[in-house]
Design a protein around this ligand. Structure first.
Ligand code: FAD
Length: 435
């Protein structure tokens, strides 16, 4: 079972006195950057020295200024036997703040910082940072493409309900389809295709769109006869005409009348499957409809009827959902999620980032990456465990902020997060589905 105090209690005191060097690209010239010495250039990298205590704030500040952190090194604090050069000592005098290093200076200091970095665990022990085991084809029995676009399954819509509460933004519907008449089987984390009726602008039949399955393999009624989706109606302003455009398939689904037939293909996808290990830690980052596969996981893990249907599956690890939404009425499946949290406080953690209502430490909107930054130490500790899996689902582009937040925490232990994440991916422990 997950022990939160064990994860919390590992504050790295040694790390607290360290100074890191951020290599940053793309900082925009503005009032804030104008005050930096030396001044920000319009192109190329700049290097910012950051005390450990300010790593997260500094990352967020850099992001606000349009910068992208491309590398983080541990600063050589022991340089000259602890005697810092004058520019370095300035940074240390103001140990609560950060210093921009001129490019030339950095070239030396970066080199020495790199050279003097404590060897990562992998180097010390002569093994990779995570134990990437070659993936045996453990997914060979996963059902895929049972129904193809030229011969789709015709499923009837048996339920179509709004998920966004009053005052929320947009339309998101929970749809249930009857699949009892065929052979459509699927696993949690897979997707199905929907072929909308009609033709596209070239007069060709509309192509399928993929949707993550929001139900467990047994369906919402736990009778193996349904599949559920969580669909947001795509709505945007045409960039040139300003006209409101509605997406073809999402609008078709959101307006679908109960009793209507729909063309279904699939299932597809092996990227987002749940680990077989029932003691695994499952860390989920979702934005909006990215919740769909995680709802399926959580039902499988915690719903009573599911537990009865799966006597061989008893989840014992930690499931932690970090869920980004714009407003409280946009918290999809809120009651279900909070009920599970109430019933299983030791095994399920729920963290919301409600961007238009909550504030991040800088007073800006609270996005998922701010929550990740807030819990970065604890998340990093968890990701170092071999049985922890990370899942990202939802808006394209959400990975960047999550990576930045975890980069700082990993760097405090002298580990490059991006490299570490690659190892996790190789080991089948890092799963991303964004659209
Ligand atoms: C693996 C996977 C899983 C998915 N799961 C889900 C899910 O669970 N729920 C869900 O709701 N969706 C999901 N999607 C997205 C879904 O497949 C569709 O892309 C989405 O519903 C839009 O389809 P549509 O037919 O309504 O829009 P279309 O009519 O196909 O219009 C989409 C097109 O509109 C244009 N467009 C979109 N936004 C803008 C903009 N802001 N400005 C200018 N042009 C724009 C782009 O050209 C885009 O290609 C998933 C996608 C993938 C790949």
């Amino acid at each position: 079972m997950y022990n939160s105090s064990a994860a919390d209690g590992a504050a790295n005191t040694e790390a607290g006195s360290r100074v890191f060097v951020y290599e940053v690209e793309g900082m925009r010239q503005n009032e804030e950057t104008d005050n930096m010495t030396p001044a920000i250039r319009n192109s190329g990298s700049i290097f910012i020295r950051v005390p450990y205590s300010r790593m997260n704030q500094e990352m967020q500040r850099i992001a606000r200024m349009g910068g992208k952190i491309v590398n983080i090194h541990l600063q050589d604090v022991n340089q000259s036997n602890g005697h810092l050069t004058s520019s370095e000592s300035k940074a240390h005098d103001r140990s609560d703040s950060s210093t921009v290093i001129a490019k030339g200076e950095q070239n030396n200091s970066s080199k020495s910082a790199k050279n003097e970095l404590p060897p990562q665990k992998s180097e010390k022990e002569g093994k990779p940072m995570t134990q990437a085991k070659p993936k045996a084809d453990k997914h060979k029995d996963v059902p895929v493409n049972i129904y193809r676009p030229n011969a789709p399954y015709i499923g009837q819509c048996i339920s179509n309900e709004e998920l966004v509460g009053e005052g929320g933004i947009g339309t998101v519907r929970h749809l249930i389809f009857d699949i009892s008449g065929g052979d459509l089987r699927y696993l949690e984390g897979q997707s199905i295709g929907i072929i909308p009726p009609g033709t596209d602008k070239n007069g060709k039949p509309e192509k399928l769109r993929l949707y993550s399955i929001a139900s467990t393999r047994h369906g919402d009624r736990v009778d193996d006869k349904t599949v559920s989706l969580c669909v947001r109606q795509l709505e945007y302003k045409h960039p040139e005409t300003g006209e409101t455009i509605y997406g073809v398939c999402s609008t078709h689904l959101c307006n679908l009348e109960v009793g209507t037939d729909v063309k279904i293909t699939g299932p597809v996808g092996k990227e987002m499957l749940l680990p077989e290990d029932t003691n695994a830690n499952v860390i989920m980052f979702a934005t909006g409809t990215g919740i769909a596969p995680f709802r399926a996981y959580l039902w499988r893990m915690f719903k009573k009827a599911e537990q009865e249907a799966n006597p061989d599956y008893k989840f014992n690890g930690l499931a932690w959902l970090v869920f980004g939404i714009p407003t409280t009425p946009n918290i999809l499946y809120k009651e279900e999620l909070e009920e599970i949290q109430e019933q299983y406080p030791d095994n399920f953690r729920l963290t919301y980032a409600i961007s238009r209502e909550q504030k991040n430490p800088e007073g800006g909107r609270m996005y998922i990456q701010d929550r990740v930054a807030e819990h970065a130490q604890e998340l990093w500790k968890l990701f170092q465990k071999e049985n922890t899996h990370g899942y990202i689902c939802g808006l394209k582009g959400m990975e960047g902020g999550i990576d930045e937040a975890l980069t700082a925490a990993a760097a405090a232990d002298g580990v490059n997060w991006i490299e570490y994440q690659k190892e996790m991916k190789k080991a089948g422990r890092w799963h991303v589905e964004t659209y």
